[in-house]
Write a protein that binds this ligand. Structure first.
Ligand SMILES: [Zn+2]
Length: 238
């Protein structure tokens, strides 16, 4: 049986001398690892279609429970400009990490697939795509169920009010942070501004079209980036 779908390459790993294992986020099969025979031997169009972020129409064969083999891959969009922009690619690689580490294998999520793809097109078009980079992280965490809880303290479970702190994957209240027993364990924590909390909650409900119409300050985007970096690190580690 031949399977066909559209997919975005998340990563490629060397396998033996000339082969590759390619991790795709696909429209119909979700996260999937596929075997690519000898793409590294010759500089071919097939080989370049296996670069990270490349969006292609792919066909593969093999038993479902085994590592299936790519037999065809036609590039729809290479997203070469994003891949070659180190700063942007680095920020985006956090999204790739989330998808690789926490999406269930072979379970399609068409909503997330479309959102990710459409956001990539926007990122490629924009001179400064920082808001799109933050947006796709917030939305991916939300859709995957790894959104931080901004309502209740992660330690005492009381309702969070004025002040928010972040520690080891949780939003924590002032009381818990000042508690001696907590401080004695010396976990890392840092304050989270109300602006970040507000934007997080709002952004998780926005569409890509809505994002286009909103102006977010560079300061706030920077804060969001830092917060996300920490949260993604903690989430993936867990
Ligand atoms: Zn607390």
């Amino acid at each position: 049986m031949v399977y066909s779908t559209e997919g975005i390459v998340l990563k490629s790993t060397s396998y033996g001398e000339a082969d590759l294992i390619v991790t795709y986020f696909t429209k119909d099969y979700g996260l999937i690892n596929l075997f690519a025979k000898s793409p590294r031997k010759i500089k071919s169009r097939f080989g370049s279609s296996l670069e990270p972020l490349t969006y292609s129409r792919i066909s593969f064969v093999g038993k479902e429970e085994k590592l299936q083999k790519i037999i065809q891959s036609d590039i729809i969009e290479s997203f070469q400009q994003i891949r070659e922009n180190y700063k942007i690619f680095l920020k985006l690689s956090e999204v790739l990490k989330i998808l690789i580490e926490i999406s269930p294998k072979k379970e399609p999520n068409v909503e997330l697939f479309k959102l990710f793809l459409n956001t990539l097109f926007q990122i490629q078009k924009k001179q400064n795509p920082d808001n799109y980079l933050v947006f796709i992280k917030v939305k991916t965490l939300k859709i995957m169920g790894y959104f931080p809880d901004f309502t209740y303290c992660g330690i005492c479970r009381n309702k969070l009010k004025e002040e928010f702190y972040y520690s080891q994957g949780f939003i924590v209240c002032r009381q818990c942070i000042s508690d001696n027993s907590y401080l004695n364990k010396k976990p890392l924590f840092f304050p989270v501004s109300r602006g970040v909390v507000k934007l997080f909650n709002k952004m998780s409900t926005w569409s890509l079209v809505f994002l286009e119409r909103v102006k977010i300050t560079d300061n706030l985007l920077g804060e969001m980036e830092n917060f996300l970096k920490n949260h993604i690190m903690n989430t993936i580690k867990a």
